[in-house]
Design a protein around this ligand. Structure first.
Ligand code: FE
Ligand code: FE
Ligand code: FE2
Length: 192
């Protein structure tokens, strides 16, 4: 899956450990992102950017799906594992929250996850490589949705966001049948 967009940026900022350590680092990153997006959703709603608020809500929930997939692998090795509790940063202006969030998603899709996938493949851990791969694919779409919301912030549509409950993919608008990442059917998606 995604074999032509798995390259790692040359100035990688990811500290790569064992796959178990990488799974924990991914959960920490996803937990922070989910909390941040929930705070940004509240800020956007308060500033009357309703569509942006819905996107941040949907993406906050998407990151919880990634946390769940990764935690399921961690607890196979460490049954007592407890994930971190995140504190959200103070929101900035909503346009800057969108750009910052897009940057975070681009980091994950072009650096963190491909680095972790490479290591998982070296360890022969196909289950972890698959989980990282699904999350990586979803993050690229998250970045795309954030940049779209940034570019249309003054002319928002009222289209619904659809969240794949399996992999965290987000679609804008109702013109699709299945998840392009994991093939889940539209009727399983959550709407925002
Ligand atoms: Fe994620
Ligand atoms: Fe994401
Ligand atoms: Fe999916």
């Amino acid at each position: 899956m995604g074999s032509n967009n798995m390259h790692i940026v040359s100035d990688s900022k990811t500290a790569v450990g064992t796959t178990l350590e990488n799974l924990k680092a991914a959960v920490a990153g996803e937990t922070g992102a989910s909390a941040k997006y929930a705070a940004y959703a509240q800020a956007a709603e308060k500033a009357e950017f309703h569509q942006v608020a819905r996107l941040f809500q949907a993406t906050s929930e998407a990151e919880k799906i990634h946390i769940g997939m990764e935690t399921a692998l961690i607890v196979k090795a460490e049954p007592d594992y407890q994930g971190p509790i995140a504190t959200a940063p103070a929101p900035e202006f909503t346009d800057l929250n969108l750009i910052g969030s897009a940057n975070g998603e681009i980091y994950e899709t072009s650096d963190m996850y491909p680095s972790f996938i490479k290591r998982a493949e070296e360890e022969g851990d196909t289950a972890a490589a698959a989980v990282f791969g699904r999350a990586k694919a979803a993050e690229a779409f998250h970045a795309q949705r954030y940049l779209d919301a940034y570019s249309t912030i003054d002319n928002p549509s009222d289209e619904t966001y659809y969240l794949c409950p399996v992999c965290g993919y987000i679609h804008k608008g109702s013109d699709f049948e299945r998840c392009p990442i994991c093939n889940a059917p539209k009727d399983r998606f959550r709407t925002f």
